[in-house]
Design a protein around this ligand. Structure first.
Ligand code: PEP
Length: 255
C-alpha cells in the first residue's frame, strides 16, 4: 500500500487559491511513494476536482452527514461529495468534535454512509492535552476506535477495506499550534493503534497491517522526514502546511 499525503484546507481558500494545486501537480505529477489528496472547503470541491482530473491528485471532503439526503440545512451528503468529484472524506476531525459536538456514535454513522457511497475515509482520533497529561492518551484513542469501529468488528459486508480506510492520529494539542508530538509519543500511539485494530476488529484484523496510519499535528517541511521515518507512520494529515503547494510538495517529497 502506498503512503498517503492528505491535506486539509479547513475553512480556508477561495477561487484564487485553486491554482496552488496546479503548481503541486506540476511539481509532483506522479509520486511513486504516495497518494496525494487535498480536502478543500465544499465550495471549491467540484472546481478543484475538475482541475485535478487526470492527475495524481485526489480530492476529498472534510465531513459528510450520516443521512443519505434530507432536511439538514447546511450539511453535505456523501453522495454530494461523490458527485462533486471527491473520493475521500475526513471524519471525526477534532475541530468537528469540538465545534459541532460530534460523538463517536455520529462519526460511526457517517463512516458507514461514506463507505456505502464508495468514499474512502480518514478517521481522526487523538487525545487532548489534559488527557495526555493524565496518562490517558492510549485509553482515549482506544475508546474512540472501539466506539467508531464497533460495527466493523466482524461484518465483512461493511465495505471497509485497507485501501479505503486510513486512521489519522492527531493529538488535539498539536493541531494548528506549532507543537508536534515527539517521535517517542508518535511511535508509541501508532504502534498501539496498529496492534489494537489488528487484534480487536475482525474485518480490520484481516487487513490491519495494510491500513494506513497517518500522523497529524503541525506537520511541516522541516519535521516531515523525521516523522515519516517512524515505524507505523504511513503518511500525514496536514492542515496549515497544505495550503501552499511549495510546503505540501516538500512534505510529499519527504514521504
Ligand atoms: C489538521 O487539520 O488535521 C492538522 C493536523 O492541522 P495542522 O497541520 O495545521 O496542525
Amino acid at each position: 500500500m502506498r503512503k498517503l499525503a492528505a491535506g486539509n484546507w479547513k475553512m480556508n481558500g477561495t477561487s484564487e487559491d485553486l491554482d496552488e494545486i496546479l503548481t503541486l501537480i506540476a511539481a509532483h505529477p506522479a509520486p511513486k511513494q504516495c497518494e496525494m489528496l487535498i480536502c478543500p472547503p465544499a465550495t471549491l470541491l467540484a472546481r478543484m476536482a475538475e482541475k485535478a482530473a487526470g492527475s495524481a491528485l485526489q480530492v476529498g471532503g472534510q465531513d459528510c452527514h450520516a443521512a443519505p439526503s434530507g432536511a439538514h440545512t447546511g450539511d453535505i451528503s456523501a453522495e454530494m461529495l461523490r458527485d462533486a468529484g471527491a473520493n475521500w472524506v475526513i471524519l471525526g476531525h477534532s475541530e468537528r468534535r469540538q465545534d459541532h459536538q460530534e460523538t463517536d456514535q455520529m462519526i460511526r454513522a457517517k463512516m458507514m454512509t461514506a463507505h456505502d457511497h464508495s468514499l474512502a475515509v480518514i478517521l481522526c482520533v487523538g487525545e487532548t492535552r489534559a488527557e495526555r497529561e493524565a496518562g490517558r492518551a492510549l485509553e482515549v484513542v482506544a475508546g474512540q476506535l472501539d466506539r467508531v469501529l464497533t460495527r466493523y468488528r466482524s461484518d465483512s459486508d461493511i465495505g471497509c477495506r485497507a485501501e479505503n480506510f486510513a486512521i489519522a492520529y492527531e493529538p488535539v494539542w498539536a493541531i494548528g499550534t506549532g507543537l508536534t508530538a515527539s517521535s517517542t509519543e508518535i511511535a508509541e500511539v501508532h504502534s498501539f493503534i496498529r496492534n489494537h485494530i489488528s487484534k480487536e476488529f475482525g474485518i480490520l484484523g484481516a487487513t490491519g497491517r495494510a491500513i494506513r496510519l497517518l500522523y497529524g499535528g503541525s506537520v511541516k517541511p522541516s519535521n516531515a522526514a523525521e516523522i515519516f521515518a517512524l515505524p507505523n507512520v504511513d503518511g500525514a494529515l496536514v492542515g496549515g502546511a497544505s495550503l501552499r503547494a511549495s510546503d505540501f510538495g516538500a512534505i510529499v517529497a519527504a514521504l
